[in-house]
Write a protein that binds this ligand. Structure first.
Ligand SMILES: [Zn+2]
Length: 412
């Protein structure tokens, strides 16, 4: 073989390898909230084998979030072959999918989404890349986009602390007429990094507080607000599970010696308020475990209903019952809520003996009048699909309920 032919052959092989590589399916998670481990990709059958990146979460957990490139014109099967038996890798309505770089999301809702714990995706015409996630993600980028929209002078973003991994975490303070003594409201979400639905609801609460609506105006007259939108900022940005970290997660860190700077800052604020008149209303937003499909359309698993978690302290539990009734009454969002879904202390998983979670910790402070976490399912609330819009609309109703609760507080 002459040198010329040899060179031409080499060039041909190199170019066809390059062309193949350019059209090969590629998986990535190197962006805020990303989480995946690729086990293998069979390009010939367009089959991708994946698993969750658990990092420092000790038991198996379910969160994953990745981008797939070069999927145009292919029927791609995404599989999680090594998931534990009896666990699901998808929510009731399947994975969340975005084809516009994470700007908008929908539930893929494939037929029998959890039969094999795999899903098949055929990209629509013109789409060559998509992002898939266990849930609709919410990172600091979402919060920043929301904050940019806000025009109210009472809305302040303040530095809170430097996180363990060196990020600057922030808090939101809303305090119109700061010299006036008002009720005190403490709001948090993302003690568990993967629980993004809580963030959408909290954003809805903040939007209502800051709006020109009668509720917004009345709430700003009635109360001052201290809000930590993303407690586990490192976990959210790095795409960690965040739940059940070793040695413990952010919502088991409310002790005399917190290991997470954001929790130390939150705890300091709680103690400051407790020592100067108390906390009128504290709410911590979460998402539960993976939901389940209703068999009869009437009864739902605890993980597919919105529910407050009942406190062990009787007077706080009474206050939660009162709030839940108000919330059921004022809720006109697309997402159903029933006061009877409030989970009393002592039932199901709600049997914790320790009080190192923020709501348990604050319920034991003698100046606290109300303290509750609120669990918001990932995809299905009593059979109704969640979306960023419906979750925010529900948040707006939480704000309305909060106002009515605070307005009638002295009567109780
Ligand atoms: Zn949680």
């Amino acid at each position: 073989m002459s040198m010329k032919i040899r060179c031409a052959l080499f060039l041909f092989i190199a170019l066809s390898a390059l062309a193949r590589a350019n059209s090969d399916i590629q998986i990535s998670a190197d962006y805020p909230g990303g989480n995946i481990i690729v086990e293998s990709i069979d390009q010939a059958s367009s089959t991708v084998n994946l698993r969750q990146d658990l990092r420092d979460t000790k038991p198996w957990w379910f969160y994953w979030n990745f981008k797939a490139k070069n999927i145009g014109g292919k029927k791609v099967t995404f599989k999680f072959p090594n998931k534990p038996k009896d666990e699901n890798i998808m929510e009731v309505f399947g994975p969340a999918v975005s084809t516009d770089g994470g700007k908008t999301w929908r539930w893929l809702n494939p037929p029998d989404p959890r039969k094999k714990n795999e899903f098949v995706y055929e990209a629509p015409d013109g789409v060559n890349e998509a992002q898939f996630s266990f849930c609709i993600p919410y990172t600091m980028e979402n919060f920043n986009a929301f904050a940019k929209e806000m025009r109210n002078d009472a809305f302040e973003i303040k530095p809170l602390c430097k996180t363990k991994r060196g990020r600057e975490n922030i808090c939101v303070v809303i305090n119109e007429n700061p010299t006036k003594r008002k009720a005190r409201v403490f709001l948090t979400s993302r003690h568990h990094a993967c629980e993004a639905t809580g963030s959408y609801v909290l954003e809805g609460v903040m939007r209502e507080i800051l709006s020109d609506s009668p509720t917004g105006k009345a709430l700003r007259q009635k109360a001052e607000f201290f809000i930590i939108p993303i407690v586990d900022l490192d976990g959210v940005e790095d795409g960690d599970q965040g739940k059940l970290r070793v040695p413990h997660d952010h919502n088991r860190d409310y002790s005399d010696t917190p290991i997470y700077p954001t929790v130390a800052a939150a705890r300091a604020k709680l103690l400051e308020w407790n020592n100067t008149g108390g906390i009128d209303f504290l709410m911590d937003f979460h998402a539960p475990y993976i939901g389940a499909k209703s068999k009869d359309g009437k009864t739902f698993s605890i993980n597919s209903v919105i529910y407050p978690v009942g406190q062990a302290v009787p007077r706080i539990f009474e206050a939660q019952k009162r709030f839940a009734k108000i919330l059921e009454k004022v809720n006109d969002s697309p997402l159903p809520f029933l006061a009877s879904d409030l989970l009393p202390y002592g039932k199901l998983w709600n049997v914790r003996k320790t009080n190192t979670h923020i709501t348990g910790y604050s319920a034991l402070l003698n100046g606290t009048k109300f303290s509750s976490s609120l669990e918001i399912p990932y995809s299905s609330c009593r059979g109704v699909q969640t979306s960023p819009e419906s979750l925010k609309a529900f948040g707006s109703c939480v704000a309305k309920a909060m106002l009515e609760y605070l307005n009638t507080q002295s009567e109780h």
